[in-house]
Design a protein around this ligand. Structure first.
Ligand SMILES: Cc1ncc(COP(=O)(O)O)c(C=O)c1O
Length: 382
């Protein structure tokens, strides 16, 4: 049966809101939220230079931005060293992903991705009327690309692979990804979701230009919400072959990208060194916290994102009790954003006493997590 577009979205939001009301702010048994680590946001506010650039646009806020975005794709394309027709921009990676889902796969076809993953994928798929095929992560929290390939059939209209993966932070090896891309049918569009690519080590980072040249069915999805710390402006882009993106651009929202987005991206590219320092601080904090948490017995997978996945039956509840809002999974595990030393200390303090870690091999880690539930915080569905 073809899904009814939008059918479950309101229900999902209501469920998420109820969860939060019940577990965090609405109950006298719990502290108020002291730290909100639900959405893998960047803990740093915009750099002064970026903020000044954004503020510089506000005086012209009575004017519409460009009808269709021309400047922003140009700025991004120049930065990547390609032509602007290789770039499509949107309201975050979410907006671009939605445009891809609306324009490339046939309505009612199948969208394959790993689970758990970025909550946006099942939600958007439902909104646009795609069937989802959700392939469980392996026991170590990695996407199983061969299982994804095995799920491909003539009904498949779209595939997404995250690198690094949300919520575990794991990274499919470059060689594996390349083998996968060669093996997948070349007529099926593939989203390579690199929302967290800036947190990846240089050795793991792939050349997107080369990748798209070899595989014109791939669209690399990126965002300024994470490493660039601009989630509040919600700017994302897809990088791909001009032919494929011309189809995606057919649903470009007129007047959809504010002028402040262009200014913020320009200023961010001009401040790469400062942003790099922040990334280093976040990843250093991440490693310190992961090491400390593993000492308490929590089998935290190695993460290449700005978040950690904490498997364990009572983890999310324990953190919630301590006033720390987290992304919660059905088995009680949690994903937390990292990088704020104070919040990281609070997490460690809350979990310092061993908290019923899921025992046994790492292969056990995710067995209960596969039925991932919505986040514990209202409308916070990433
Ligand atoms: C893997 C992944 N893709 C895409 C997104 C969407 O990012 P944006 O804020 O640009 O919409 C997120 C956000 O959490 C994410 O985790």
């Amino acid at each position: 049966m073809t899904p009814q577009p939008g059918a479950d979205v309101a229900a999902a939001e209501a469920h998420v809101a109820a969860q939060r009301d019940a577990s965090v702010s609405g109950s006298p048994r719990f502290d108020a939220v002291r730290y909100d680590l639900t959405l893998s946001e960047n803990p740093f506010p915009p750099l002064p230079s970026v903020r000044a650039a954004i503020e510089g646009c506000l005086a012209r806020a009575n004017r519409y931005p460009e009808f269709l975005p021309r400047l922003l794709p140009q700025v991004i394309a120049e930065h990547l060293g390609v032509e602007a027709d290789h770039i499509v921009v949107g309201a975050g990676a979410t907006g671009v992903a939605m445009q891809i889902m609306q324009t490339l796969p046939a309505r009612g076809s199948r969208f394959i991705f790993a689970t758990p993953t970025f909550d946006g994928y099942p939600i958007l798929a439902n909104q646009v009327g795609l069937h989802t095929v959700q392939v469980p992560l392996d026991g170590s929290g990695r996407q199983n690309l061969w299982s994804i390939l095995r799920a491909v059939d003539e009904r498949t209209g779209l595939i997404a692979v995250c690198r690094p993966h949300n919520p575990t932070g794991t990274v499919v090896p470059a060689s594996e990804l390349k083998g996968f891309l060669y093996s997948a049918p070349s007529h099926i569009p593939i989203i390579l979701d690199e929302a967290y690519v800036e947190f990846l080590g240089a050795a793991d980072t792939l050349d997107p230009v080369e990748l798209v040249r070899r595989h014109p069915n791939v669209i690399v999805l990126r965002t300024f919400s994470k490493a660039y710390g601009l989630a509040g402006l919600h700017i994302g882009y897809g990088f791909g072959s001009p032919e494929l993106l011309a189809r995606v651009r057919r649903l470009q929202l007129p007047f959809g990208m504010p002028e402040a987005a262009i200014a913020a991206v320009r200023a961010s590219y001009a401040a790469e060194a400062e942003l790099g320092e922040r990334i280093l601080r976040i990843t250093t904090q991440r490693e310190v916290l992961r090491t400390a948490l593993r000492r308490t017995g929590i089998r935290v997978p190695r993460s290449s994102g700005n978040f950690l996945y904490l498997p364990g039956r009572d983890i999310a509840a324990t953190l919630t009790h301590a006033g720390i809002a987290v992304k919660r999974y059905a088995d009680g595990s949690a994903r937390i954003a990292v990088g704020d030393p104070e919040a990281d200390r609070a997490v460690l303090n809350a979990l310092a006493a061993p908290v019923d870690p899921i025992s046994g091999e790492d292969s056990h880690i995710l067995s209960l997590t596969l039925r991932s539930g919505p986040s514990a915080v209202r409308s916070r569905h990433r």
